[in-house]
Design a protein around this ligand. Structure first.
Ligand SMILES: *Cc1c(COP(=O)(O)O)cnc(C)c1O
Length: 340
């Protein structure tokens, strides 16, 4: 029994999900003839109260399409320094859009309305044109922490007042919604575009959906093609996404509970210096001085448990659909046997 806690992307489709995929009606989506992709796009758009959706192979692509649609070369994106779009997408803002960034040193990946206001450039030829604000909820490198919806409303208001486009990297938006008790519909009005991943906690094998207005998604469809993301009979993948949305949202709470249990266990271990507050399904903890994260990660791997060491002292664990109660028990047992 291998236990993989490196990421919530490691899940395999369930039997029921695979059956749904096998029975999907498909067509050529570049001709906009795949009924299942169209159904998925409409479903997610409706959930969030947006006009239209665009199914893409990855969350990186939905984010990058959004930035491309929202900017002209030289425009500036206001974004937190640990954001996936800036930190983990291979310099895509520059590569794909030729856009500039203004970084915010936020609180565990989160920014505030004041952070945004302070970074809007004056209308002066010396400065890039401030164009887009991007927020991430939950924050991946922030350890899965969530925004307070009131802060999102303030950020949205500042963006509207200053004619800035607001993008949400919602790779794990359902973790945030389940945690905070909000509905997707409450998010729609706050953002110009939203990226939703189906392949993280929701457990689909592939895919993300970009949401926005009809006009924005029409332009996004063109960019997706240029990026090489126009798919043909992708409905098999979209069917998995529909299944995940119908069946795997409420159960995210179980992932959060398991993460809490792990966090409590870790807090009691002598080799752990600090466990960062756990809000959803991501656990970050720091090793006691003199120990490195990779020593623990190697030990865990010898015991068939996979974890990630993020930097010298920090280890990350992520709970998910394929991490059951037995695995939780075994993980806690093995964690207790590490001799720091
Ligand atoms: C995983 C992730 C993405 C997209 O990742 P892909 O692997 O390209 O699907 C985007 N944003 C955040 C915050 C993520 O965690």
């Amino acid at each position: 029994m291998k236990i993989d806690l490196r990421s919530d992307t490691v899940t395999k489709p369930t039997k029921e999900m695979l059956e749904t995929m096998m029975n999907a009606k498909v067509g050529d989506d570049v001709f906009e003839e795949d009924p299942t992709i169209i159904a998925l796009e409409n479903k997610v758009a409706q959930m969030f109260g947006k006009e239209a959706g665009l199914f893409c192979p990855s969350g990186t692509m939905t984010n990058q399409v959004a930035i491309k649609v929202h900017t002209q070369p030289g425009d500036e994106v206001i974004i937190e320094k640990n954001s996936h779009i800036y930190y983990y997408e291979g310099g895509g803002i520059a590569f794909n859009s030729g856009a500039s960034v203004k970084l915010v040193d936020g609180d565990r990946g989160r920014i505030t309305a004041e952070d945004v206001l302070a970074r809007i450039n004056p209308d002066d030829v010396h400065f890039p044109v401030s164009k887009v604000v991007s927020v991430e909820n939950t924050s991946n490198r922030g350890g899965g922490c969530c925004y307070d919806v009131e802060e999102l409303k303030r950020i949205s208001q500042i963006c509207k007042e200053n004619k800035l486009t607001l993008h949400l990297d919602g790779a794990r938006i359902f973790n945030a919604l389940v945690k905070k008790g909000h509905t997707p519909g409450e998010m729609g009005g706050l953002f110009d575009s939203i990226s939703v991943c189906l392949s993280k906690g929701l457990g689909a094998p592939v895919g993300s959906v970009l949401l926005g207005t009809n006009e924005m998604i029409r332009r996004g469809r063109r960019v997706r093609k240029v990026f090489g993301g126009g798919m043909r009979q992708g409905g098999y993948m979209a069917a998995a996404g529909i299944y995940a949305l119908d069946n795997h949202i409420n159960r995210l709470e179980e992932d959060h509970q398991k993460a809490q249990v792990l966090s409590e266990t870790l807090s009691g271990l002598s080799y752990v210096k600090e466990v960062l507050p756990v809000e959803t399904n991501i656990i970050f903890f720091k090793m006691r001085d003199g120990l490195t994260g990779s020593e623990l990660v190697d030990y865990l791997a010898k015991n068939e448990i996979l974890a990630l060491s993020l930097d010298r002292e920090t280890v990350r664990l992520v709970t998910h659909l394929d991490f059951d109660d037995d695995m939780l028990g075994k993980t806690m047992e093995i964690l207790k046997t590490f001799q720091g």
